[in-house]
Design a protein around this ligand. Structure first.
Ligand code: NAD
Ligand code: GLY
Length: 359
């Protein structure tokens, strides 16, 4: 089974190929001819899929570079390791980087591609649900700084996104569920019907039903594509994709990445819904609706009270969306009606965080 989408941007377009069984590079054979390829992966994903991927590049000179697993390795050292490998093998701008892994590998590989010789081509091969429905699409690349999540990065679009949904069969359940957190985000932003779709298909999703997973990935890539096509560099509407993320990034940083990205986003969405209700933008039952669906996929809805709300607020102030010291948060008027709220006061944010903490 295969579906194909295209993402059209001012400087070109690229395909998102979603296959249920294979890494389908067939339409890139002539483009790849004569190029060197460096596959970037990590110690968990490489033993599972590196050989299968490399076999597809039998006519190329192929190298690989493995980085450490996990958010603690989304660092300048991992990025430099890739640049060193490119330098060692004398890669130039006409060669290709290929990511093979989750959102962390995708983001770092993309950033290495953006920065090597001021920009080289790369292809995203995402292997987690989260990276297949979000991180691999849209050209945001980057690494973390000790002071905060994704603080260093660039917009750099891939040449293609090649999704093989079969890879989800080896993904741990906790990681799979973290990806569902980002899927629920799309329902909150502007796809209210998708909330019901997720509720109605939850059993099939949990059983990794092939057709349902294909539909899930396709829907999410379509939603994201539509937003990125309107606003590639996040000057406006793309900010909506950050629903739950300003809280979420602070939670990831304060917890030293104890919470997975999708789990922190889940908590962030609950906080955003709580704050929206407190400010009178939406009904309190929006929080309850989100909580019900998040809980169905074993995602957290209450933050452990070992973390201080004031410190989360301080971290939120260093978020990329803060302008002139004013918070810019994504809040909800209803399920599927997210909007950018400016000038929300610290005390209001603190109240929302506190009401989403375990007692
Ligand atoms: P991840 O990259 O850490 O992958 C999760 C875990 O699963 C890792 O241990 C990984 O090695 C393992 N893994 C990956 N594929 C596997 C497979 N098929 N089978 C078994 N194990 C597998 O985490 P993630 O949730 O994929 O990505 C999170 C990152 O994505 C965060 O850093 C976040 O900031 C970033 N992100 C970026 C964007 C963007 O637009 N660029 C969007 C959303 C998230
Ligand atoms: N994940 C947010 C974005 O791509 O804009």
């Amino acid at each position: 089974m295969q579906k194909q989408l295209n993402i059209a941007l001012p400087n070109g377009q690229y395909p998102i190929i979603i296959d249920s069984e294979k890494f389908d590079f067939s339409e890139f054979k002539s483009w790849l001819a004569g190029k060197k390829i460096m596959v970037v992966s990590n110690e968990v994903v490489a033993p599972l899929y590196l050989d299968e991927l490399i076999q597809l590049f039998a006519d190329n000179q192929v190298y690989h570079c493995l980085i450490g697993d996990g958010e603690i390795h989304k660092t300048k050292n991992s990025w430099l390791k890739i640049l060193d490998a490119l330098a060692e093998q004398q890669f130039n701008r006409s060669d290709v980087l290929v990511s093979l892994g989750g959102g962390i590998v995708c983001d770092i590989t993309g950033f290495a591609a953006a920065s090597w010789m001021r920009g080289m081509a790369f292809v995203q091969v995402p292997t987690t649900l989260l990276s297949q429905i979000d991180a691999s699409v849209g050209g945001k690349t980057g690494i973390n700084h000790p002071k905060g999540k994704n603080m260093i990065g660039a917009f750099h679009q891939p040449q293609a996104v090649i999704i093989n949904a079969k890879t989800l069969r080896t993904l741990p359940t906790r990681e799979f569920n973290a990806g569902i957190g980002e899927a629920i985000k799309y329902a909150g932003i502007n796809q209210a019907w998708f909330y019901d779709w997720l509720v109605n298909h939850q059993q099939a999703i949990k059983q990794l039903d092939e057709a349902v997973l294909m539909e899930l990935i396709t829907h999410c890539c379509q939603f994201k594509t539509k937003i990125v096509e309107q606003d590639e560099k996040e000057q406006g509407i793309r900010a909506l994709l950050n629903l739950g993320h300003t809280f979420g990034h602070a939670i990831e940083t304060i917890s030293d990445y104890h919470y997975l990205h999708g789990e922190a986003v889940a908590l962030g969405m609950v906080m955003a819904a709580e704050l929206s209700a407190q400010l009178g933008f939406c009904e309190p039952d929006i929080r309850k609706m989100l909580e019900n669906l998040l809980q169905a996929f074993e995602l957290p809805i209450m933050l452990d009270n070992q973390y201080a709300a004031e410190e989360i607020l301080t971290l939120m102030k260093s978020d990329k969306k803060v302008i002139n010291d004013q918070h810019r948060l994504i809040l909800l008027k209803d399920m599927g009606q997210a909007f950018i709220a400016e000038g929300v006061k610290d005390a209001e944010i603190l109240e929302a965080i506190n009401s989403c903490m375990t007692q």
